[in-house]
Design a protein around this ligand. Structure first.
Ligand SMILES: Cc1cc2nc3c(=O)[nH]c(=O)nc-3n(C[C@H](O)[C@H](O)[C@H](O)COP(=O)(O)O)c2cc1C
Length: 215
């Protein structure tokens, strides 16, 4: 697929079929993401992927926590929405409007998909060393964007999600992540389900709103 088409058509997928993801696809997706730029080529990321029985165990533990009503507590702190910039708050409000329109016929499905970990067939967990430079967080963003794009290029869907790392102790225990690493984010992968959860693609603000070109 043309690069421009991959970028234009990629969107987050929130429901996957039961078809497993090919192991070789996982390796190639990560190999592609390794092309991301990083501070002095430091490549601060580490990648762990849960599939099969390992992922089934994580889903089971996650569902039990959701059912118990436990709040999420990601290792990257979450800032209250009211503390974000006015523009960011407006964009978030716009997303929630688009969600309510897109899921008008089944309003519960969006929330329910989260607790089910989107029926992911593979979850990619990204870590960086504890005490990393802010630049490593910048670099990890580039790395995770390339994972989502590489997955789409291979006919797969993906979503970066807070939901996947909101109970980090579960992921740490099942995936064997030590104290020297911070669990930053997870990406769910799989073959997109042909339903509103699979095809929701929110719009972006006008480029003129964020761009200044000085001549
Ligand atoms: C760091 C991060 C965390 C996210 N967490 C969630 C999440 O927990 N649940 C969810 O449904 N979407 C989550 N998203 C997906 C965003 O809502 C989505 O990227 C955004 O609305 C833009 O839509 P698009 O990816 O379809 O283009 C997350 C995205 C990022 C980058």
């Amino acid at each position: 697929m043309e690069f421009s088409e991959v970028v234009a058509r990629r969107h987050s997928v929130r429901d996957f079929t039961d078809q497993p993801v090919d192991r070789q696809d996982l390796v190639e997706i990560v190999r592609t993401a390794q092309k991301a730029p990083s501070w002095a080529n430091s490549q601060p990321w580490r990648v762990r992927i849960a599939t099969g029985q390992t992922l089934a165990r994580i889903k089971e533990l996650h569902a039990a926590r959701v059912a118990s009503g436990e709040q999420g507590h990601t290792e990257f702190p979450v800032m209250p929405r009211t503390e974000w910039s006015t523009a960011a708050q407006a964009n978030m409000a716009d997303l929630f409007n688009q969600i309510s329109v897109h899921f008008a016929d089944e309003p519960e499905s969006f929330g329910a998909s989260q607790g089910l970990l989107f029926n992911a067939q593979a979850i990619v967990y990204l870590t960086i060393p504890v005490g990393s430079s802010l630049w490593s967080i910048h670099d990890l963003g580039a790395f995770s964007a390339l994972i989502a794009l590489a997955a789409f290029d291979r006919g797969l869907g993906a979503i970066n999600a807070y939901e996947l790392v909101k109970y980090p102790d579960i992921v740490r225990e099942v995936m064997g992540i030590g104290e020297e690493e911070t669990l930053a984010i997870g990406l769910a992968l799989g073959h997109p389900a042909g339903n509103p959860l699979g095809d929701f693609a929110p719009t972006r603000q006008d480029v003129e709103d964020i761009l200044t070109i000085a001549e």
